[in-house]
Design a protein around this ligand. Structure first.
Ligand code: NAP
Length: 273
């Protein structure tokens, strides 16, 4: 089945399209419209944004401009770190709804595990009951943060979105999420554009006549991760979804496993909140 038609089921019974468009660093209205319209025209039905990306208004307008029905598009946003106090999260949820110009958010995440993360979670749970949010989850949570949350949560997180790619495989965290029915979502799947510099990925790209970006995305698809590659360019948005005509063998996956592990973004265990 085409990656753009695949859904992954949450522990609350709802689905998320396995592939979406990331929008981090898309700032200008023109590039936001180009990327979002290209994605939806190509068949993407899932867009990932966040309060801190400062692009939600244009993202919402770009989605509306495609005239695809609201209920057919899956929209994720995230509560920024400075708003994790209970009352601040409540306020930020309304700002997100207002900026995106929508009545409900499909998936709302705690962006990073700040010291106020549990207060934030309580406000997210209430937003589900109020009908403002369909599903709630976390981002950049380590095993210790998940263990703590699972002890107190009235609603279980459906997903954990974290840096995860062929050069950062996070085995223990992935296994923990899978064991607790928390869907794994990869950010930075293309090693944030650095996949072209990795010898093992160069080899596989050559072997399959695909780009290194497509090799990374196929690797993530085969692991059942939700993927949200970002590109500001129409051709690349289309290219990133064009991964249905090949697969990777056990030997290819073994080769990928030899890539040197290296985190590109901040480390959640010592991120300076
Ligand atoms: N939860 C979090 O803390 C967190 C953190 C980071 C990101 N995210 C989310 O995850 C999404 C993806 O992560 P990311 O944007 O950091 O990294 P990414 O998707 O791994 O890589 C994006 C980079 O790759 C380039 N690129 C994309 N497709 C390409 C292709 N086919 N060929 C060549 N270059 C290509 C893009 O450049 P061009 O735009 O010039 O094409 C951009 O520089 C974000 O947009 C955001 O929605 C979440």
């Amino acid at each position: 089945m085409s990656i753009l038609k695949k859904d992954i089921k949450f522990n609350n019974g709802l689905n998320i399209p396995q592939m979406g468009l990331g929008t981090y660093q898309l700032k200008e209205k023109d590039e936001i419209f180009e990327a979002v319209q290209a994605a939806i025209e190509a068949g993407y039905r899932h867009i990932d944004t966040a309060m801190i990306y400062k692009n939600q208004k244009a993202v919402g307008e770009a989605i509306k401009s495609t005239r695809v029905k609201r209920e057919d598009i899956f929209i994720t946003s995230k509560i920024w770190n400075s708003s994790h106090a209970y009352e601040d999260t409540k306020k930020e949820i309304d700002v997100i709804l207002n900026e995106l110009g929508i009545e409900y958010i499909d998936l709302l995440l705690i962006h990073w595990p700040t010291p106020k993360r549990l207060e934030c979670w309580k406000a997210l749970e209430e937003a589900v009951i109020e009908g403002k949010v369909k599903s709630i989850g976390v981002s950049n949570f380590l095993v210790e943060h998940l263990e703590e949350l699972l002890k107190v949560a009235k609603i279980k997180p459906v997903i954990n979105q974290f840096e995860l790619h062929p050069a950062l495989t996070c085995k223990e965290l992935v296994d923990y999420c899978k064991k607790h029915e928390i869907v794994v979502e990869s950010w930075g799947t293309l090693i944030r554009g650095k996949c072209f510099e990795v010898e093992q990925l160069n080899q596989l790209a050559k072997k399959y006549n695909k780009s290194e970006a497509q090799i990374c995305l196929k690797w993530a698809e085969l692991n059942d991760y939700v993927i949200i590659p970002k590109s500001s360019k129409k051709q690349r948005v289309i290219e990133n979804a064009n991964i249905d005509d090949f697969t990777l063998t056990k030997e290819d996956l073994d080769l990928i496993a030899t890539i040197k592990e290296q985190r590109d973004g901040p480390d959640p265990s010592n991120f300076n909140f």
